[in-house]
Design a protein around this ligand. Structure first.
Ligand code: RRO
Length: 295
């Protein structure tokens, strides 16, 4: 079941959520086999910023009854490190590469986008305007007016497909999606994690996470993700990448039913690094059983 997405032709509709699958570490840990049988139809990189970042203080993870709270805080090598060290490795993957970027100012974002536009190894860009774990002073994804203003500066800097990763931590995700489309986004992706607090299990009033709050992912957020993807898909004409708690082919089918073109798998890959392969097979089986009419 190939899928057309922003001018790319993908082998199936399952991709990874940014930051939830480290393809370079996976090759080291599991060997070339995992990379040759790559679990995803396109690879979305972890978010990169202009300058290197060390990320948030530990602890960075907290398990909830049906999910995971992370407060990773965007550790990355910065643009230079990505271009020099990671990009040559990621270019060897057998699938298109989508590079995810985040800036604390529109100027930073423009620099990132221009530098990546120059690189043939990068097939598309995803703009992260939705990380719950950094205080940038620029919560652009939550404010449609600000989001559109930043996108109008960034859009002309690249001819590559531009995907905007929306935040669920806003009153009106449909308005944010509409603003992204109006300002020239080629696609939107959602949902990023829901802002969440993890209490210390033994010390009353003390946060567990080093950064106090984090972002909730996993099965706990699936129903929220479906509601937001459904709302956004009904509102915009550009393709939607739906994600949030997808663990099976049936879950992926539900995302497609509410209007997603692609489905991203995130937290499930931590449990099973080959989850993408399994979920795309399960989806194929569902299509085979019921034609185009998945029930
Ligand atoms: O690095 C992170 O803490 C992080 C990012 Br950039 C994001 O977009 N979403 C998330 O849950 N964590």
């Amino acid at each position: 079941m190939t899928v057309a997405f922003c001018g790319l032709r993908l082998a199936h509709p399952i991709v990874n959520g940014s930051g939830t699958f480290d393809a370079i570490a996976a090759r080291r840990a599991f060997g070339d086999g995992l990379v040759e049988q790559f679990p995803f139809a396109a690879f979305v990189s972890k978010t990169i910023t202009l300058e290197p970042r060390v990320g948030n203080p530990p602890p960075r993870l907290y398990e909830t009854p049906a999910g995971l709270i992370n407060s990773i805080g965007l550790p990355n090598k910065g643009l230079r490190g990505y271009l020099d060290t990671d990009l040559p490795e990621l270019a060897r993957l057998p699938v298109p590469l989508i590079t995810n970027v985040m800036g604390s100012t529109a100027e930073d974002l423009c620099t990132l986008v221009e530098a990546l536009d120059d690189r043939d190894e990068v097939d598309a860009l995803e703009l992260n305007v939705s990380c719950p774990n950094v205080r940038t002073g620029l919560d652009i994804g939550a404010d449609p007016v600000e989001l559109a203003a930043v996108l109008r500066e960034v859009r002309p800097r690249t001819g590559k497909p531009l995907i905007v990763k929306l935040t669920p931590n806003t009153a009106d995700v449909g308005a944010a999606a509409q603003a992204a489309e109006d300002a020239g986004a080629d696609a939107v992706s959602l949902i990023n994690t829901l802002r969440a607090y993890a209490p210390h299990p033994e010390r009353a009033g003390v946060p567990w996470l080093g950064n106090a709050t984090g972002g909730l992912s996993g099965p706990a957020i699936r129903a929220v993700a479906l509601a937001q993807v459904r709302e956004v898909a009904a509102r915009v004409a550009i393709p939607v990448v739906g994600m949030g708690g997808v663990q099976s082919g049936v879950h992926a089918a539900r995302m497609l039913e509410v209007g997603a073109t692609l489905v991203a798998v995130g937290t499930e890959s931590f449990r099973d690094p080959a989850a993408g392969t399994r979920i795309s097979r399960e989806l194929d089986d569902l299509f085979a059983k019921s034609g185009d009419n998945i029930g």
